[in-house]
Design a protein around this ligand. Structure first.
Ligand SMILES: [Zn+2]
Length: 537
């Protein structure tokens, strides 16, 4: 009898102990704790010391100290900066996201959210793109604008002039469809085809569709040189008439005639902000741009498409007019700069041996004299074969620095996803964010570290109306970038662009490490960032 009692009590105690053990295993409050780091929360405030506790996809605690036993895993971050994951508001990542779902050239910069569909072009239809992304998974978060050029070309082809009422309503319908699929707003590329053919009224009317849903108007403006002020005013008027925020893409003074005349940008922007129009800008930290060559041509020669263009070039008068326009737009310099030496071919399907070389080197390789005439003819030959992606050194370093100091300018790469080793792309696709942190913050002290991080996190999040990312706060998604402020540095150069940056230690997307101790983990925790118009089917 007594033995039985002892056995029962023993069994009971055993059960209780087991239960306690099980409970204490389940009891872990955090999946992950980032301990002892210097937290820069994205607000622009100075760093503070805190531990960050993560459960699932979210940050659930930011405290002076979190006991390590409460965490499944601990990241030791002493001496490291713990910041929100960077949000790149200006990319062309929509082009490569399905082929390069690991987003390596961006996560290696600490970027956790990529916004594509800029400069008037996007992957149409967005519903299909988003569905495919969700099926295969991506390493970083992704959202997209709807591009005016894409929509206009679908409806009007390469037609110049105004749309008919039917064409207008068809364009609005397509934009409405993309907004419902989750587009974040409308982007234009008014230096590119066929956007260059559109007038302001067309854009005002199209942007009214964005206003129905909520979103913003992002613009690669018509001119980034002598007529930049009017071009900024046009963008502002399109947003203002529709009560929409305006984001001006890759702001720059891209013509030596207007170098150092920052008031051409500041005046229209600050006047609009004083009237209550929300205007922001983005920039990348380099003095070279990258695009194709068609924007240097007289735009009417492209009307109707490539065949018509080739046909028109056979007329000697037209050919001469094209050549002269290219010389004026691209190859003349009042400051005595040899323009042929400042234009590099980044990527060319037809002429891969041109990649990485400037126009002067290419002409010499062909056994031709390095004259502007030959240069213009070379450009025409390249565009005849479907254009190439080129790099143009056309900005002044002083302007890059001065723009960075403006509080409403954020950082955006204007880059795209890259297959490592392919072509000779602009290094901005690999180095933009670490370059700001290493070169402009640490080496030159143009802005503070906290200000730089604000421009990479909460400012783009605010512009995009993303309310649950861009700051380190309890309840936010755990997109977190951890780096060494003494080591962070871009390594990608124009001569050797396919280089990942150094100094990044951990990158978390939605609570999961995509970079761990500086190495890619191959995880794909990224989500789609939908706009306010998103309707679930
Ligand atoms: Zn652009």
């Amino acid at each position: 009898m007594r033995l039985k009692k002892i056995l029962i009590i023993g069994l009971f105690n055993f059960c209780l102990l087991s239960l306690l053990l099980v409970c204490s295993r389940v009891e872990k409050t955090y999946d992950l704790v980032i301990a002892n780091g210097l937290v820069i929360d994205g607000s622009g405030n100075p760093w503070f010391k805190a531990d960050i506790g993560i459960k699932g996809q979210k940050i659930i605690a930011i405290k002076d100290r979190i006991e390590p036993q409460k965490a499944e895993r601990v990241i030791e971050a002493a001496g490291l900066i713990v910041a929100p994951g960077f949000i790149d508001i200006h990319t062309h990542a929509d082009e490569g996201i399905l082929k390069i779902p690991g987003c390596e050239n961006y996560i290696s910069q600490g970027v956790t959210t990529l916004i594509g569909g800029n400069c008037g072009g996007h992957e149409f239809p967005l519903s299909e793109l988003f569905q495919k992304i969700q099926q295969q998974g991506i390493a970083c978060n992704f959202g997209s604008l709807a591009g005016h050029n894409t929509i206009r070309e679908k409806v009007m082809g390469m037609k110049m002039g105004e749309p008919t009422p039917e064409e207008m309503s068809r364009m609005k319908e397509l934009l409405r469809q993309e907004m419902r699929a989750g587009a974040l707003g409308l982007s234009t590329g008014l230096a590119y085809l066929p956007g260059t053919y559109s007038r302001t009224e067309e854009l005002v009317e199209l942007a009214s569709v964005v206003a129905e849903f909520g979103g913003f108007y992002a613009s690669h403006i018509r001119n980034q040189g002598k007529r930049i002020t009017q071009a900024i005013e046009e963008a502002i008027s399109i947003g203002e008439k529709n009560h929409l925020p305006v984001e001006i893409s890759h702001i720059k003074l891209a013509d030596e005639d207007v170098w150092n005349q920052l008031e051409m940008i500041i005046r229209p922007v600050e006047q609009a902000r004083a009237r209550g129009v929300e205007v922001t800008l983005d920039q990348y930290p380099y003095t070279a741009t990258s695009s194709g060559f068609t924007s240097s041509f007289p735009q009417d020669v492209f009307e109707g498409g490539q065949e018509k263009f080739l046909e028109r070039l056979k007329d000697p008068e037209t050919y001469d007019r094209v050549k002269q326009t290219i010389i004026n737009n691209r190859l003349t310099s009042k400051r005595g700069i040899n323009k042929l030496e400042t234009i590099y071919i980044a990527r060319s399907q037809k002429f891969p041996d041109y990649e990485g070389k400037n126009l002067k080197q290419i002409l010499e390789m062909m056994g031709k004299a390095a004259t502007v005439d030959n240069g213009a003819e070379l450009i025409i030959d390249i565009v005849k074969e479907g254009d190439a992606s080129a790099i143009f050194f056309q900005m002044d370093e002083k302007d890059v620095e001065a723009l960075m100091k403006l509080p409403y300018v954020m950082i955006g790469s204007d880059g795209s996803l890259q297959v490592r080793g392919q072509g000779s792309p602009h290094p901005r696709s690999y180095g933009t964010f670490p370059r700001v942190l290493g070169e402009y913050v640490r080496n030159r002290q143009v802005i503070t570290l906290e200000e730089a991080i604000r421009k990479m996190t909460s400012l783009p999040a605010q512009t995009l109306r993303i309310k649950n990312r861009g700051l380190l706060r309890e309840g936010m998604y755990a997109d977190i970038t951890i780096f060494d402020p003494k080591k962070i540095k871009d390594l990608a150069t124009f001569a050797s662009p396919h280089q990942y940056s150094q100094g990044l230690v951990y990158v978390l997307v939605n609570g999961q490490e995509v970079i761990e101790q500086g190495k890619f983990t191959g995880k794909k925790p990224g989500m789609i960032i939908y706009g306010q118009g998103y309707r679930k089917k």
